[in-house]
Design a protein around this ligand. Structure first.
Ligand code: CS2
Length: 507
């Protein structure tokens, strides 16, 4: 038996005691976890957090003197109950499998989460934890949709029933804003310094957006508290990056085989990771720059580059790939036509809008993106990429279209992607006849609008909350309806339409 092959008899459950039994090629926490304090309370312990921030902190904890920067994870949603049960059994440990494009695999156990609180069962415990003197940062990965802004106007959405509830009943919050406000109120009353609120979501100006939303919420509840927050809480902007597919049964099986342990929720991710953070914190911060993150005074150009190239690039491949019938990003970008389309979109419709970044060569950034997407060991599903497109595309793609239209530049490649989103929402099947797995909070509205396309070709882009006034822009209407006519034609093949769109662009 090799070190990597474990027989059933040797399989044990992952927990603090069993990590000493792991093969020597598995990187395990070498620091004393019992001494680690949770200086960070993190809301939203999804795969991305576990592959990104928690992995950076895990590295940091290996350097003595950082014991105050452990993480207390918080699950706000009823859906987090399963995760809570698994983490409780595993002493909050989990495995992280890092898969490089060349096939190399780094196996590790991450120990930086030292506590986990499941909010639906004990709301007060979460508020008290955030209000505890040891808590210096409350960080968030609550997804684009969690920030509760109106996609087209960017204003706080007071009509969300959970927000209405939280404003009326501050002691029993449901939303992140409710918890953060309740905890800050306690800190203010107790004379404790405010914590930093640190967004780790893919939103341009994520710190500013978080600040704007939290203040809008807090103002409705307690104007004096809102003023205190305005004066004392820092909201650093940050660019976060690491591709983290949804965990699958094959990931669970891999861990059992390679590590000789069972992990109920292992995480797999790519080897690339990036974190660029604005250095504005209200109450201290970890030296993340000692473990690969970068502190800068203005993160805006980094965020814009990442969101408009990587995230939008993902959506371009995702929507076109779903229509064609591909199922993963690597499979899609391995098709030369899709790779060419992606590159043309990035070069012709995005790059001219980006600001120069000292020390970053945009061409090699794009080359690296394509290599990362092509990583054959990361099976990132198109279903994940296209999920919640209504929360993603306004910032990732529609912003690019609007910027180009304002500058009188061509938008034909992006227009075909929007048309594909309409077809995807309308038919829900690929051109190979497979049913598509669609997860979107606006799925019903998207599908209703899309289904009117054959009688009114602009019906989909009339969804004003997503497209703003694009449905009144003659140039956009002309490109979009041209794309709609092409993909709705009988026997139309998305690849032919992509090729024709590229050819019309001289590509
Ligand atoms: C993806 C991101 O679905 C999506 O929006 O583009 O989750 C992407 O994988 C991460 O932002 C990578 O950092």
């Amino acid at each position: 038996m090799t070190q990597l092959q474990h027989t059933q008899a040797h399989i044990v459950e992952l927990n603090q005691d069993s990590i000493i039994t792991l093969p020597s090629n598995v990187d395990v926490p070498t620091y004393d976890r019992s001494k680690v304090k949770a200086g960070i309370v993190h809301i939203g312990v999804g795969g991305f957090h576990r592959a990104h921030q928690a992995a950076y902190i895990n590295e940091l904890l290996k350097i003595p003197g950082n014991e105050q920067w452990g993480i207390c994870g918080v699950g706000l949603l009823e859906a987090n109950r399963g995760l809570r049960d698994i983490l409780a059994k595993q002493d909050n440990l989990y495995t992280l499998t890092i898969r490089h494009p060349n096939g190399r695999v780094d196996n590790s156990v991450i120990g930086s989460m030292v506590e986990f609180l499941f909010a639906p069962e004990n709301k007060q415990a979460v508020i008290e934890k955030m209000a505890h003197a040891e808590t210096k940062i409350v960080s968030l990965t609550i997804t684009e949709g969690g920030y509760n802004f109106h996609p087209a106007t960017g204003e706080f959405d007071y009509s969300n029933p959970d927000i209405v509830h939280d404003i009326e009943d501050p002691a029993q919050p449901i939303t992140a804003f409710g918890y953060i406000t309740a905890a800050l109120k306690l800190r203010k009353e107790q004379g404790l310094a405010a914590f930093t609120v640190q967004s780790c979501d893919n939103i341009q100006h994520n710190g500013l957006v978080t600040r704007k939303m939290l203040l809008a919420f807090a103002h409705q509840q307690d104007a004096e508290l809102a003023q205190w927050i305005e004066q004392h809480v820092a909201f650093p902007n940050a660019m976060v990056d690491r591709i983290t597919p949804i965990s699958k049964q094959s990931d669970i099986d891999y861990v059992t085989q390679a590590y000789g342990i069972t992990d109920g929720w292992p995480i797999t991710c790519e080897s690339f990771a990036q974190w660029v953070i604005e250095d504005t914190f209200s109450n201290g911060r970890p030296n993340w720059d000692n473990v690969g993150a970068q502190f800068v005074s203005d993160v805006t150009p980094f965020e814009k580059m990442k969101i408009r190239l990587l995230n939008a690039g993902h959506s371009v491949l995702g929507l076109l790939g779903e229509i064609h019938g591909f199922s993963t990003i690597d499979e899609t970008v391995s098709d030369p036509l899709f790779a060419q389309y992606l590159r043309a979109f990035m070069d012709l419709e995005v790059t001219p809008l980006l600001d120069a970044l000292p020390g970053i060569d945009i061409d090699s950034y794009k080359d690296t993106l394509i290599e990362r997407f092509a990583n054959p060991n990361i099976k990132d599903s198109l279903a994940r990429i296209c999920s919640q497109s209504s929360a993603k595309l306004p910032k990732f793609l529609i912003a690019t279209i609007s910027d180009n239209l304002a500058l009188n530049r061509d938008i034909s490649l992006a227009a075909l992607v929007v048309a594909s989103w309409c077809l995807y929402s309308d038919k829900g099947v690929s051109q190979q006849g497979e049913t598509l797995e669609i997860h979107d909070d606006m799925a019903q509205e998207l599908s209703t609008a899309a289904k009117l396309t054959t009688t009114k070709p602009t019906s989909f882009i009339e969804l004003e909350s997503l497209f703003g006034d694009l449905a009144n822009n003659e140039k956009f209407i002309s490109q979009y309806t041209h794309a709609i006519a092409a993909i709705y034609a009988s026997n139309s093949q998305i690849k032919d339409v992509m090729a024709a769109t590229l050819a019309a662009k001289g590509k």
